[in-house]
Design a protein. Structure first.
Length: 120
């Protein structure tokens, strides 16, 4: 929120924290009677700015394996919760990294049969 508002210094975070603390202390009784759907809509509106759909397209174009880890993280987070999504995403990313690095490129180096050509 601070970034979208144009905040440029760490003081903005401190002012935001103070504002949230004051709102929590003094406005909670007023928000108590709001329906849960209203509170959920407020949270969703705040979180939507954090979603980057373009990242899915860029990841797909860059690496299908990384896209698989990203998609698994998103789907498990939506279905099971944040903890399960993060554990699955990190675990899959580590597995894919270990799999890719366990099969390094190997070049066979040797002498080519035939006459030797010297540069002198």
């Amino acid at each position: 929120m601070n970034f979208e508002a144009g905040a440029e210094t760490p003081a903005a975070g401190a002012f935001t924290a103070v504002g949230i603390a004051l709102a929590t202390l003094y406005l909670t009784p007023l928000l108590f009677f709001l329906p849960n759907a209203t509170l959920a809509a407020t949270i969703i509106a705040a979180v939507l700015s954090l979603v980057d759909v373009g990242a899915l397209k860029r990841t797909w174009a860059y690496s299908k394996a990384d896209f698989a880890a990203m998609a698994a993280t998103i789907l498990l987070t939506l279905v099971e919760g944040v903890e399960a999504g993060l554990v699955a995403g990190v675990g899959l990313a580590i597995f894919l990294h270990l799999y890719a690095t366990s099969k390094p490129h190997v070049a066979v180096v040797g002498q080519i049969p035939g006459p030797r050509i010297s540069a002198t």
